[in-house]
Design a protein around this ligand. Structure first.
Ligand code: RUB
Length: 319
């Protein structure tokens, strides 16, 4: 029950943001495992694998989701007995949630050192990791103000401005298309990410790539806050990150009738090439994008590549 509700909440975006999605999935697996009355290890494993498949099929782009599920499920898959599997599932989910929150804290600490005094910062979408960096720098007295975008069509910018305002940070709220106009006024851009590929490209909320391009043009550092579980192991095998397409109603509302020749295209994410990314700040340090394969090898392990199945995503609304 908790499992189905969580899966629905993630696909409908009541639960959103890559880190939160990952932690919620880990907690749902934990609760689901505790609710099962399987009598054998095989039956328990089977039920848990079905749960893992359900969760991983909810949103296709945030690689934090399969990475979290894989981490938790490894405890089940490596267990020799049912009891061992139940304990490992519980312990690993708890550890993942703890480590994920600790990673955000560490990223904030590292990124804050990159933020100069009296900084003007631009951010896009609503990323707990990026906001943690801004808030940490603000606590150190270094933030003058933030430019936060609206983030059409789901308006995650409203969540961002509320969080920044709650922290006492002056914010300029701008429409997405004003990013280039205000870029000369900012010192740096910080965003989060849903996935970092093996070549250091950053997949994040639609519009991020345009902002990175503007930052590059204006010679402003573009910094990405990314827990190591946002790195996508299978991209080393040439796999591409699927970009989620969401329903047209998110863009035009459900009442509006479109002229007959018009189609709405609503991709939820875009890809920022590594050339436009200055720094990726993780909980283990701040790196150039070219360091991505090392993070994948040393902190996720090659075995993750074997584990992750090709989770089918059924809700395609575009090409
Ligand atoms: C959220 C989004 C965020 C990343 C990183 O997209 O693009 O920038 O997920 O967030 P959506 P965090 O609203 O479609 O889920 O740092 O919180 O993991």
């Amino acid at each position: 029950m908790v499992l189905t509700k969580t899966a629905e909440d993630i696909s409908s975006m009541r639960i959103r943001g890559a880190g939160r999605i990952a932690r919620t999935a880990a907690a749902a697996l934990q609760e689901h495992g505790a609710s099962l009355d399987s009598e054998t290890l095989a039956a328990f494993t089977h039920e848990m694998e079905e749960a893992a498949d359900l969760l991983c099929g909810t949103r296709p782009t945030a690689v934090s989701l399969p990475n979290a599920v894989r981490y938790v499920m490894q405890g089940v898959q490596k267990a020799a007995t049912l009891e061992e599997a139940q304990h490992a599932l519980h312990d690993r989910a708890t550890a993942f949630i703890h480590d994920s929150l600790a990673a955000v804290e560490k990223i904030a600490e590292i990124a804050a050192r990159q933020i100069p005094n009296d900084a003007v910062i631009m951010t896009h979408c609503n990323s707990e990791a990026a906001i943690a960096c801004i808030i940490r720098a603000h606590e150190q007295g270094k933030v003058r103000e933030v430019y936060a975008t609206e983030v059409r069509p789901r308006n995650q910018g409203y969540i961002t401005i509320q969080m920044l305002s709650d922290a006492g940070i002056p914010v300029n709220f701008i429409v997405d298309s004003a990013a280039r106009m205000f870029m000369p006024k900012v010192d740096l851009v910080i965003t989060g990410t849903d996935a970092v590929t093996a070549n250091g490209a950053v997949v994040n909320k639609i519009g991020t790539a345009q902002i990175a391009l503007c930052a590059h043009e204006a010679r402003k550092p573009f910094i990405v806050a990314a827990e190591t579980y946002k790195f996508a192991p299978r991209t080393i095998l040439g796999e591409r990150i699927p970009i989620e397409w969401r329903p047209p109603e998110e863009v035009i509302g459900s009442e509006k009738q479109l002229p007959p020749t018009v189609t709405v295209k609503n991709p939820a994410f875009d890809v920022t090439p590594p050339a436009y990314v200055d720094l990726i700040v993780t909980e283990i340090g701040a790196f150039a994008p070219s360091y991505a394969p090392v993070v994948i090898r040393d902190h996720l392990g090659w075995d993750i590549i074997e584990f992750q199945k090709d989770y089918a995503f059924t809700h395609h609304y575009g090409e």
